[in-house]
Design a protein. Structure first.
Length: 172
């Protein structure tokens, strides 16, 4: 806490740049990808692997969501990614406890998702959950008029079939 106060007093510009109120997650420049997969668990990774194999999808990018509370699991997930299916993987840091909504967290996540979609420009977006922050990503995808947004509800890896909900966006 004392470090934050000191930074605010002596380096106010850096203090505001580092604040979640104004920060945007950094993304390196990726070439546009056809398929963008957003996951956060091993079960979702297995579903993404199965879907890419089943549909024979090419030009895929995988984004692994994580918080600083658990750094081991995202690294294990990243090591388990099939490099033939996903040429690029990216780690996207969410604020701590993203399920507990606050304006600061929402703005940070919203800006990050906007930048992600703008940078990657996917033709198809695959989201494996409907948790709160995922809904803002789906909303952005709909606003940006992506042709298909695919989502899967739940994390049941024992389910023999993938239940996918298709959301088609149309310009009105």
């Amino acid at each position: 806490m004392l470090q934050k106060i000191r930074k605010a007093l002596f380096h106010p510009k850096k203090f505001f740049q580092d604040s979640q109120w104004f920060a945007t997650p950094l993304f390196s420049s990726f070439a546009p990808k056809s398929n963008l997969f957003i996951i956060s668990t091993f079960a979702q990774l297995n579903q993404a692997h199965s879907l890419t194999k089943m549909q024979k999808l090419k030009n895929n990018l995988l984004v692994i969501l994580y918080t600083t509370q658990n750094m081991k699991m995202p690294k294990l997930i990243q090591k388990s990614v099939d490099k033939e299916l996903f040429s690029v993987t990216y780690m996207f840091e969410l604020p701590r406890k993203p399920g507990i909504v606050s304006p600061k967290k929402f703005l940070y996540i919203q800006r990050g998702y906007k930048k992600l979609l703008k940078t990657i420009q996917p033709a198809h977006l695959y989201v494996m959950s409907f948790a709160g922050h995922y809904s803002s990503l789906l909303s952005l995808a709909k606003k940006n008029e992506y042709h298909n947004t695919f989502s899967r509800r739940g994390n049941r890896n024992l389910c023999p079939t993938l239940r996918i909900i298709y959301i088609q966006t149309h310009k009105i």
